[in-house]
Design a protein around this ligand. Structure first.
Ligand SMILES: *[C@@H]1O[C@H](CO)[C@@H](O)[C@H](O)[C@H]1NC(C)=O
Ligand SMILES: *[C@@H]1O[C@H](CO)[C@@H](O)[C@H](O)[C@H]1NC(C)=O
Ligand SMILES: *[C@@H]1O[C@H](CO)[C@@H](O)[C@H](O)[C@H]1NC(C)=O
Ligand SMILES: *[C@@H]1O[C@H](CO)[C@@H](O)[C@H](O)[C@H]1NC(C)=O
Length: 384
């Protein structure tokens, strides 16, 4: 009797210690847990059950004169005549930074090669690089050599494809770059049928994209906004993240739906409405794709999901993927090889026929339907 009692006590003691340990672990990890699990549960509930973002629109609406400060920076490099008298299918803005000259070169000679596009696809696509200004301290480190701004001017003389506005080029000024694209289109290229905005480290499968857009255009589709859609995303409240947004900038639990900023497309009617929305919105929220969602929310446009637009991640390398891919993120060194492989005539020949389709479905399931494989194409892409 006495022995069992002692054993029981020891048992309870162990239990108590374990509980304490677990509790303290939870307390230590609570912030982490709150940032991931809890905030997602809250934001998804907010998105699906409350689903009211009109207060976002209301509270971010400001007078026109005040909204103007986000867009009236002077142009340092510009090509207002780019689209003049041309039937432009797609105006494609690549968000770049002054120092990324190698990325721009790679794009010019692969998916952004307008001569290639005109010759082999028979359409006009205008590829323009949008950038901000160098900080004053970056200018002319040494007077005897060319300063970075002069190098940009030199590059622009060669290619005539840089659009630069006088705000500091930085991550937290990406929303200014977004406004610049919609304002430039409104002023100089309103007749282009589609607008795309893309990062300078993505791969765009231009032949597939052009075919898709021609199809949309033929069907007279309006109200199009397509990309990789984020629904019910919570604002990041952890200060160490580059996506950190303070409560006073955005107090709500969830963002309106938006497409990943890596690459998305809108039809010209949407572009025009977005432009008008920017005229009365407070653009200090510096995450550009989220701000795009706020603009779209103000005009009542919702994004459409396309399984072959990627978010953060690279698409797997395989010809069964190439025949459908639209964008893939995170390509710098491999862009030349990928371009060659993805547009190889052989890719289009594979796939047709029942056996080909079956083979590709199996390959895609093996590549895309794996646990922990996130942010590239979803599993359902294997069946489309
Ligand atoms: C663009 O494509 C054309 C036609 O295919 C080709 O002649 C030209 O060399 C390419 N430009 C670059 C910069 O690679
Ligand atoms: C954004 O650009 C403006 C205008 O050049 C500048 O004053 C501001 O510091 C920049 N903001 C960031 C976060 O770089
Ligand atoms: C825009 O929002 C910021 C907070 O994100 C605020 O500090 C600023 O005063 C607002 N601007 C206007 C014109 O209301
Ligand atoms: C957003 O606010 C603007 C300006 O107050 C208003 O014109 C617009 O209709 C609002 N949009 C929605 C969807 O409520």
């Amino acid at each position: 009797m006495f022995v069992t009692f002692r054993r029981l006590r020891r048992c309870q003691y162990v239990q108590l210690m374990t509980t304490c340990l677990v509790l303290s672990l939870v307390m230590v990890c609570w912030e982490q847990l709150d940032n991931t699990v809890v905030s997602h549960v809250k934001s998804v509930s907010f998105r699906y059950f409350i689903n009211r973002f009109s207060m976002v629109n209301k509270s971010l609406t400001i007078p026109r004169e005040q909204a103007l400060v986000f867009s009236n920076f002077p142009y340092l490099l510009d090509h207002p005549e780019k689209c003049k008298d041309q039937d432009v299918l797609l105006l494609l803005f690549v968000k770049t930074s002054p120092e990324n000259i190698q990325r721009r070169q790679a794009i010019r000679s692969t998916w952004g090669n307008q001569t290639y596009i005109r010759q082999s696809l028979g359409v006009t696509v205008k590829v323009l690089f949008v950038l901000g200004a160098l900080e004053a301290s970056d200018e002319r480190p040494d007077r005897s050599t060319y300063g970075p701004q002069e190098q940009l001017e030199f590059e622009d003389k060669l290619y005539s494809d840089l659009i630069q506005q006088g705000f500091t080029d930085s991550f937290h000024n990406l929303t200014l770059k977004l406004l610049m694209q919609f304002h430039w289109m409104h002023q100089h290229c309103a007749h282009a049928r589609f607008l795309m905005t893309a990062d300078d480290d993505i791969f765009v499968h231009i032949p597939n994209l052009v075919q898709y857009l021609q199809d949309m255009s033929r069907r007279g589709l309006t109200d199009l906004w397509v990309g990789k859609v984020h629904r019910g995303s919570p604002p990041v409240r952890s200060r160490s993240s580059k996506y950190y947004v303070p409560y006073n900038m955005y107090p709500w639990l969830s963002y309106p739906d938006y497409t990943a900023g890596a690459g998305y497309v809108v039809s010209s009617d949407v572009a025009d409405k977005i432009y008008h929305a920017t005229l009365t919105l407070n653009a200090s929220l510096y995450i550009d794709d989220v701000f795009m969602g706020i603009c779209a929310n103000a005009i009542g446009v919702s994004p459409r999901e396309h399984a072959f637009f990627s978010g953060e991640a690279k698409a797997p390398y395989h010809s069964c993927i190439y025949s459908q891919m639209m964008t893939s993120h995170g390509h710098v060194e491999d862009i030349y090889d990928l371009w060659k492989a993805a547009t190889h005539p052989q890719v289009k020949k594979e796939g047709p026929g029942l056996i080909g389709r079956l083979y590709c479905t199996i390959v895609k399931v093996a590549l895309l339907c794996r646990p922990y494989y996130v942010n590239s194409y979803p599993c359902k892409a294997a069946f489309s």
